[in-house]
Design a protein around this ligand. Structure first.
Ligand code: FMN
Length: 305
C-alpha cells in the first residue's frame, strides 16, 4: 500500500491510538513477522505531520504495552544519537528488554531537522563528521552501560545483605567531546546479553558506523546495483573491523501490498494511489535538491542547479 496515502485509508487510524498499534502488533505477530519496527522523528511537528498520520508517540513507551500484548515478535525502538543523553536511551531500552522478555532492539538514527534543533534549543546544525563522532560516543556509552552490570554481579543474598556485588560490576568512564558518562547502568542486562542494535542511514559515514556497532542495517535502496554495492561495502567494512560479516544483516525497506490474488492486491494499491496527496513528496523532492517546490515543476525538465 502506498505509504503516503495509506494513512488516509482508515478513518479510525490515528497516530495516538493505542488500539490501532495493538491491532497492528497482534496481526504482525500472527503473520509471523520477525519484528515490529517503530521509526521516529527527533522532535516536533514536521511538514508531513500536518497532512497525514505522523510519528506522535515516543517508541520505547509505545512498545512497552505492546510487549505485554504479544509473545514473541521483536520490538525495535528508534532513538536519536543527536538529541538526548545516552544514559537515558541505555536505560529505556534495557528496561524494554526486561519487560518484553528479551525482545527489545535499538535502532540508531543520526538525523537532524530545523524543528528538532529548535526544540532542543540548539542554534546550529551538526556537521556530517560531527554527527557520526557524536553517534560513536553515544553508542560507546550505551553499549558500555549495557555490560556494566553483568548477571554474575546480581547476588541477591539477603543473608549477606548483598544484592549487587560491586566487585563484579564494570563501570564505564567515557570522556568524549560530546558526551561523558561514568559508572554503571541501574538496570542489569539479561542473560542473553545486550539488545539487538539496528542502524538506519545511507552515507559512507553511516556505513562505517553501522559496520562498527550494528547487528542489522536498515536501508532504502532504489537500484539493484546500488543495493549490491551497499551490501558489499558494509560486509567488507565489518570484516575490516574484525567482525564476522554474517553477523551484520542488511535489511532493505520494502512496501508490500498483499491480496488474495494479484488483482485484489492491485485493487488495494489503486485506492490509496487515487487519494495520493502529491504536495508532500513534491516538497520532499524539492528539499533534496535544495530548491523551493515552486522552482521544481512536476511536469517538464528538471532545472539545472
Ligand atoms: C532506511 C532509513 C530509515 C531511516 N529512518 C529514520 C527515522 O525513523 N527517523 C529519522 O529521524 N531518520 C531516519 N533516517 C535518517 C538517518 O538517520 C540519517 O539522518 C540520514 O540517512 C542521513 O544521514 P546519512 O547521510 O549519514 O545517511 C533513516 C534513514 C534511512 C536510510
Amino acid at each position: 500500500m502506498n505509504v503516503l496515502a495509506s494513512g488516509r485509508h482508515d478513518a479510525a487510524q490515528h497516530s495516538t491510538d493505542i488500539d490501532t498499534f495493538s491491532r497492528i502488533a497482534r496481526i504482525a505477530e500472527r503473520g509471523r513477522i520477525d519484528a515490529l519496527f517503530l521509526a521516529d522523528g527527533p522532535a516536533g511537528l514536521v511538514e508531513e505531520s500536518f497532512t497525514r498520520p505522523w510519528r506522535a508517540l515516543e517508541p520505547v513507551s509505545l512498545l512497552s504495552p505492546l510487549s505485554q500484548q504479544t509473545g514473541h515478535i521483536g520490538l525495535v525502538a528508534t532513538t536519536s544519537t543527536l538529541f538526548g543523553h545516552p544514559y537515558v536511551a541505555a536505560r529505556q531500552i534495557a528496561t524494554l528488554d526486561h519487560i518484553s522478555k528479551r525482545r527489545a532492539a535499538w535502532n540508531i538514527i543520526t538525523s537532524q531537522t530545523p524543528v528538532a534543533l529548535a526544540a532542543y534549543g540548539l542554534e546550529s546544525r551538526f556537521g556530517q563528521d560531527e554527527r557520526y563522532v557524536r553517534a560513536d560516543e553515544f553508542a560507546r556509552i550505551v553499549t558500555g552501560l549495557w555490560s556494566s552490570v553483568p548477571q554474575s554481579a546480581i547476588v541477591a543474598d539477603p543473608g549477606r545483605n548483598l544484592f549487587v556485588d560491586e566487585t563484579v560490576t564494570r563501570p564505564i568512564d567515557v570522556q568524549g567531546i560530546h558526551f561523558r558518562s561514568r559508572g554503571n547502568l541501574s538496570a542489569p542486562v539479561g542473560p542473553q546479553g545486550r539488545p539487538v542494535i539496528f542502524h538506519s542511514g545511507q552515507s559512507d559515514d553511516s556505513k562505517a558506523f553501522g559496520a562498527r556497532w550494528a547487528d542489522a542495517l536498515f536501508t532504502g535502496q532504489r537500484t539493484l546495483a546500488g543495493a549490491q554495492k551497499f551490501y558489499s561495502d558494509v560486509k567488507a567494512l565489518a570484516r575490516a573491523n574484525g567482525r564476522n560479516p554474517d553477523h551484520l544483516l542488511v535489511m532493505p525497506g520494502l512496501f508490500r501490498i498483499l491480496g488474495g490474488s494479484e488483482e485484489e492486491a492491485r485493487g488495494r494499491k489503486d485506492d490509496p494511489d487515487a487519494r495520493l496527496d502529491i504536495d508532500f513528496p513534491h516538497h520532499e523532492l524539492a528539499h533534496h535538491f535544495a530548491l523551493s517546490p515552486d522552482d521544481l515543476p512536476l511536469v517538464g525538465v528538471l532545472p539545472s542547479i
